[in-house]
Design a protein around this ligand. Structure first.
Ligand code: MN
Ligand code: MN
Length: 321
């Protein structure tokens, strides 16, 4: 008996886009693996991103269309005039385990889960969680390296330490920059009057590309991407939801005004996927307690599907199919 012949968004179990759940990572057979990383102990001001994976899943049911999960032939993008994610196997792998106050246990588990999924050949899509989780996620991709990094954020996240704390959400890009298999780092969309000059100088000293929001708008996405010296030819992408304007993404701990529109972010993600193979990506800092209308969670779910669609389309194209 078919349980949900109609299957409206609010009916049934809210896995990501109502896709199949596979929690035994050793058995995953998929092109794309959604992995929740519910952790926000790295936040210095407004916590809540620990509820991000659940919230994004809840609102992603809007994109489950009329059947259980995405239709086998994916979705039709009216602006592109073609289908995306057709035949792509996507599964929801549940969450990494978390233990409050135990960053070692939690981060080791994150790296192990990412390593297991990448080893199964899946594109890992990590849903934060605060931005501190990007370090253990990238650390788990050691076998996929070397690769470059594109970091989309209002903030540099390049602080070395805060009174000895080195793994908070202000430091993940600094930490991944220390990994031997991480090459160039491009930090795009940076803005706000709380940026730290020492972190900026340190990012430049490492050789990172730093492009502010105003510079990005003036030069345009294509020109900025074309100028990036990504020497490994493939990249990891970290998307902090606060890269987007708080008018459309208010549900986050550290909003900064004058951010990406959805159109500009879409152009950015399409541009990245068209230029370089993407080894994995994360979307972090969605904080449901600050998102009572659900707008940010809805946007996050859509960005995941759009970016995964662009990445998988580029992969299929490069195989000549
Ligand atoms: Mn960040
Ligand atoms: Mn940020």
């Amino acid at each position: 008996m078919e349980r949900y012949p109609v299957n409206l968004p609010y009916v049934g179990i809210a896995s990501f886009a109502k896709l199949p759940v596979v929690e035994d990572l050793a058995t995953v057979e998929a092109d794309v693996a959604i992995l929740g990383v519910p952790w926000d102990a790295g936040v210095g001001y407004r916590p809540g991103a620990r509820f991000g994976p659940r919230g994004i899943r809840e609102y992603s049911t809007r994109f489950a269309f009329g059947e259980r999960g995405l239709k086998p032939d994916g979705y039709w993008d009216i602006e592109l005039g073609r289908r995306r994610l057709a035949g792509v196997r996507i599964v929801d792998c549940g969450d990494t385990d978390a233990l409050y106050l135990d960053v070692g246990y939690t981060f080791d588990g994150i790296s192990a889960a990412v390593r297991a999924l990448a080893g199964r050949g899946a594109l890992v899509v990590a849903l934060g969680g605060d931005h501190s989780v990007t370090f253990p996620v990238v650390r788990g991709l050691d076998a996929a390296g070397p690769f470059d990094v594109v970091h989309l954020d209002a903030h540099l996240d390049y602080t070395d330490e805060v009174h000895g704390v080195r793994l908070a959400n202000s430091s993940p890009i600094r930490r991944i920059g220390e990994l031997p298999f991480v090459g160039h780092i491009a930090q795009l969309g940076i803005r706000g009057i709380r940026a730290r000059e020492d972190a900026y100088r340190a990012a430049l000293a490492r050789g990172n590309t730093v492009v502010t929001m105003a510079q990005l708008r003036e030069r345009g996405v294509a020109a900025v991407l074309d100028a990036l010296p990504l020497r490994h030819g493939r990249c990891y992408v970290s998307v902090d939801i606060d890269a987007l304007d708080p008018a459309i993404a208010p549900g986050t701990g550290s909003p900064e005004f004058d951010g990406f529109s959805h159109a500009l972010m879409r152009e950015m993600l399409e541009g990245i996927a068209a230029r370089w193979p993407v080894v994995a990506f994360d979307l972090v800092e969605v904080s449901p307690p600050f998102d009572p209308g659900g707008l940010t969670q809805m946007l996050a779910a859509q960005l995941v599907l759009e970016f995964a669609g662009a990445i998988c389309e580029a992969r299929a194209g490069s195989r000549g199919s």
